[in-house]
Design a protein around this ligand. Structure first.
Ligand code: FAD
Length: 292
């Protein structure tokens, strides 16, 4: 099923997982998947790890989510280090495995890997897949602007190009201050972007993780969040519970404001995902009955 269709009937709630490192067995992710699937998400997306790797476990895991566990799956596909023939081979693989949804991405430019030139932007990949398959295409978006965009106006105009190229649905970068997301939704509306947009929420369960994320994604840390880190950052058990509570607080507000959906960056932690899912499941059901 195309994940886009879920938005017609409810506030969509989905999870993201990542494949295990090449040095670990793929089986390590399956216990997590079983537990996540037990929470009945609308879909589970699988990241595409090592840039440029063609032997990625993404397709296999996305296939097992769908064909073994019966949940809808989304395969991430970054294109910056792929040639057209690599993409065509991946599309065939996805089709053979019954995977209908792709999160089409550019991928991060890394100093140690010379980018290929077939796809410059995610919108090029989206247009290419549109011509070569019947997939539901999802794009990434950035409530605080993508770091290379040269500003939020450029970024929203570029996002419109991505939607015009055929992205049916968007999933946002993580953020810790909901006001950025609401301002972004307004800009998107003004730009004529009218596809469903899911809010990406990452429960921060340890201090090192947030330091990495802020460097990588350039997201702002509101005072309220910094206070949480200062108070609980050195106590792992307390930090985990505080991170869960902070994410729930964000989600409660987002659902109350009527967002299209929530995409939870689970970091393969099913304990954290379950706590959050348990806290918001009834709210998601309630938002459904209100909006009809
Ligand atoms: P693009 O949409 O191409 O945007 C990149 C930059 O180019 C932006 O600054 C944009 O404003 C600009 N731009 C876009 N289109 C145009 C245009 N037509 N003309 C001029 N400028 C343009 N990375 C991975 O490697 N694997 C993953 O699994 C993965 N999953 C992700 C999931 C989500 C939900 C998100 C938000 C990000 C994910 N990423 C992943 C990270 C992503 O690859 C990076 O953020 C990357 O730097 C940008 O990818 P993009 O698809 O948004 O690129």
């Amino acid at each position: 099923m195309h994940t886009r269709d879920f938005f017609q009937r409810k506030t969509v709630f989905s999870f993201e997982v990542f494949p295990p490192k090449p040095t670990s067995s793929i089986d390590t992710v399956y216990q997590t998947l079983r537990e996540l699937n037990g929470l009945s998400p609308d879909f589970i997306s699988v990241t595409y790890g090592a840039v440029g790797s063609k032997n990625n476990a993404t397709v296999q895991i996305a296939s097992d989510i769908k064909n073994k566990y019966g949940a809808e799956s989304v395969a991430h596909l970054p294109c910056i280090n792929l040639k057209k023939e690599d993409v065509l081979a991946t599309l065939s693989d996805l089709k053979r495995n019954g995977i209908e949804n792709i999160l089409a991405l550019r991928g991060d430019i890394r100093p140690d890997a010379e980018p290929k030139t077939d796809f410059k932007h995610a919108s090029d990949l989206i247009a290419f897949i549109r011509e070569n398959g019947e997939f539901n295409l999802i794009g990434a978006c950035y409530p605080e602007g993508h770091p290379e965009s040269g500003g939020i106006v450029n970024d929203i105009l570029n996002l419109k190009k991505k939607v015009d190229a055929g992205a049916n649905q968007l999933i946002s970068q993580l953020f810790f201050d909901n006001s950025y997301f609401y301002s972004f939704l307004e800009r998107a509306k003004i730009a004529g972007i009218d596809v469903p947009i899911q809010a990406g929420i990452m429960p921060v369960t340890n201090k090192n993780q947030i330091e990495r994320m802020v460097t990588l994604c350039g997201v702002a840390l509101p005072k309220k969040f910094v206070k949480v880190l200062e108070k609980y950052g050195e106590n792992p058990a307390a930090m985990q519970e505080a991170g869960i509570a902070y994410a729930i607080d964000q989600i409660v507000d987002l659902i109350a404001q009527g967002v299209d959906g929530i995409h939870l960056y689970t970091m393969n932690n099913s304990y954290v995902a379950k706590k959050i899912s348990d806290a918001v499941t009834n709210l998601l059901a309630d938002s459904y009955s209100i909006s009809g």
